[in-house]
Design a protein around this ligand. Structure first.
Ligand SMILES: [Mn+2]
Length: 235
């Protein structure tokens, strides 16, 4: 069994090369996976509309759709830049759009999320409310995209660099999840790839952060032979 986890590409409208890079990653690394988790912030901005996919996101969406058509299970975990992928996106692609996933992966109780709940970012929480979702629905894709473009200066984590304090916050959260009974925790959002192990009795618990598929080419892979591993993609 092979499972791939990646996140935080923050693909923007004119990011042609980055979009092609992610599509190549999907082709190269995910083609033989059984399950693929997009851990959020694949897109710099997304709000789902009926019958509509932002044209600049169509090709990468089709790459993921293609995985579903090949029989793989694909989860899209919404990040803080994705507001409501919506039924149309789910029905069109066959991808399951969720906020977090708790599942057993070959005996390991695994929790998978984007990770924005760790930082107390009230603007994100406000923007995620059903009220704001309704406003985006009403404004339609073109106007919403324009507003998002103007507002991104307040939202973007793109320029985040390595920061031990932030990294520790994620690790502390991991310890909390281990206490709740999880064996493996996988997050994104920080843009800092990370891996650490925690001994709990005779069980080794593991935390991973997928980092940033564009900047560090980092991702996490599980396979039945070697377990969970932090990896670097070299095309
Ligand atoms: Mn994020």
């Amino acid at each position: 069994m092979k499972v791939v986890f990646f996140s935080d590409a923050h693909l923007d409208k004119n990011d042609i090369q980055k979009i092609e890079f992610v599509e190549k990653f999907i082709d190269d690394v995910c083609h033989d996976a059984d399950m693929v988790f997009v851990l959020g912030d694949l897109f710099e901005f997304y709000h789902g509309y009926d019958g509509y996919i932002f044209p600049w996101y169509k090709s990468v969406t089709d790459s993921l759709k293609n995985l579903v058509e090949k029989g793989k299970t694909v989860y899209f975990i919404e990040g803080n830049h994705e507001f409501h992928m919506g039924n149309f996106f789910q029905n069109y692609t066959g991808i399951q759009c969720v906020h977090s996933v708790a599942m057993d992966i070959e005996g390991k109780k695994t929790y998978i999320a984007h990770g924005y709940e760790i930082s107390k970012f009230y603007l994100t929480k406000f923007l995620k409310t059903p009220f704001v979702g309704k406003v985006m629905d009403t404004l339609g894709p073109e106007i919403t995209w324009s507003i998002a473009t103007m507002a991104r200066v307040f939202l973007s984590n793109k320029k985040k660099s390595y920061n031990n304090k932030a990294m520790d916050l994620f690790r502390e959260y991991a310890l909390k999840k281990f206490d709740e009974g999880y064996d493996v925790l996988i997050l994104g959002h920080s843009h800092m790839f990370d891996a650490f192990e925690h001994q709990s009795g005779d069980i080794t618990k593991q935390y991973f952060n997928t980092g940033d598929i564009i900047r560090y080419c980092s991702y996490v892979e599980y396979n039945s032979v070697s377990g969970f591993e932090l990896k670097k993609y070299s095309p």
